[in-house]
Ligand binder design. Structure first.
Ligand code: NAD
Ligand code: LMR
Length: 325
């Protein structure tokens, strides 16, 4: 008998990332080339028409794995029976907006969406938050979904991970496939820490194959500020590369991997306060993320991990004080 289609909900479906993401999901790249999918596109009322236009284009691709598409502005309907939720739609920071305003506006989106997931999603729901500030938006959604296991709420640092692979590969003039054990720690923000002290190239530690000044003054800031550099160059934030990273994250979560980076709820490992949704080196086994344990963290890395984690704690405190969690 044919497999039952898996329902995948994408919020912000009419946006830039949505447009780069939906066709790849429908073609089988999110879950596997033998897994049929049903798509649910959630948008705000003003953008439902544009999302419906994208749905028309999805129809026009006649994807063999795409068994149905719905377009809605009703979160309860969108998440009803969903097994994967990609939370892409968010309130961007606009001129004059303070951090508290940004968190408040996003709390108004991710709180209700978390509740709608809690009340309607399938038991095996997996949530990836892409919309910024992704880690804290994921925390807000998670806190409104008490019936869903906390670890099902994750945030995306896979784009940062892929950027780090690419920058290092270019520096050492090796294919990206030669690089193993790359790690992004902390927040998806400029404080994130891309770690070359555990990454390996050709079986040897990456940090020992580059000079310290390049690592400190070029590599780390280039990766950490790449999002801003893309905005500056394109006049819009990363879309295709963000969609690609979202595909990578969910595919690996479902199908398994030995080492990548993902922001997942901390269990206290590596001194990261429990509950914070922070990026770690992770493996995925039996459909669950596991933090890779036992890495030695030297003073250089410790300082940078702590700085990014501190920022996440401040964001958690701010959303608590705003009554958002
Ligand atoms: P976009 O502005 O093109 O699209 C966002 C869409 O979300 C819009 O269509 C908007 O109508 C919709 N939306 C807003 N509120 C919504 C709600 N409550 N429910 C459903 N839909 C809603 O933006 P984009 O380029 O697609 O980027 C989306 C988000 O992803 C932004 O927050 C961006 O900063 C973030 N982003 C994250 C990463 C990452 O690595 N984590 C990378 C790139 C971009
Ligand atoms: C990125 O890393 O490309 C984005 O998070 C940047 C942004 O602010 O949307």
């Amino acid at each position: 008998m044919a497999q039952t289609p898996v329902k995948v909900t994408v919020t912000g479906a009419a946006g830039q990332i949505g447009y780069a993401l939906l066709f790849r999901i429908a073609s089988g790249q999110l879950l596997g080339a033998d897994v049929p999918v049903k798509l649910s596109l959630l948008e705000i009322p003003q953008a439902v028409k544009a999302a419906a236009g994208t749905a028309m284009e999805l129809d026009d691709c006649a994807f063999p794995l795409l068994s149905g598409i719905e377009v809605t502005d009703d979160a309860n309907k969108a998440f009803d029976g969903a097994s994967v939720a990609l939370l892409v739609g968010a309130r961007p920071r606009t001129a004059g907006m303070e951090r508290g305003d940004l968190l408040q506006a996003n709390g108004g989106i991710f709180g209700p969406q978390g509740k709608a997931i809690n009340d309607n999603a399938a038991d095996d729901i997996r949530v990836l938050v892409v919309g910024n500030p992704a880690n804290t938006n994921a925390l807000i959604a998670q806190q409104h979904a008490p019936d869903v296991p906390a670890e099902r709420f994750t945030a995306m640092t896979r784009l940062d991970h892929n950027r780090a692979l690419s920058q290092l590969a270019a520096k050492l003039q090796v294919p990206v496939t030669e690089i193993k054990k790359m790690t992004i720690w902390g927040n998806h923000s400029a404080t994130q820490y891309p770690d070359l002290f555990h990454a390996e190239v050709g079986g040897k530690i990456a940090a020992e194959q580059v000079d310290e000044a390049w690592l400190r003054d070029t590599f780390i800031p280039t990766v950490a500020k790449r999002g801003a550099a893309i905005i500056e160059a394109r006049g819009a934030s990363s879309a295709a590369s963000a969609a690609n990273a979202a595909i990578d994250h969910v595919f690996d979560w479902v199908n398994g991997t030995e080492w990548t980076s993902a922001a997942i709820p901390s269990d206290g490992s590596y001194g990261v306060p429990e509950g914070i949704i922070s990026s770690f080196p992770v493996a995925s086994r039996d459909g669950k993320w596991e933090i890779i344990q036992g890495l030695e963290i030297d003073a250089f890395s410790r300082e940078r991990i702590d700085a990014s984690v501190r920022e996440l704690e401040e964001e958690r405190t701010a959303v608590r004080e705003l009554g958002l969690i």
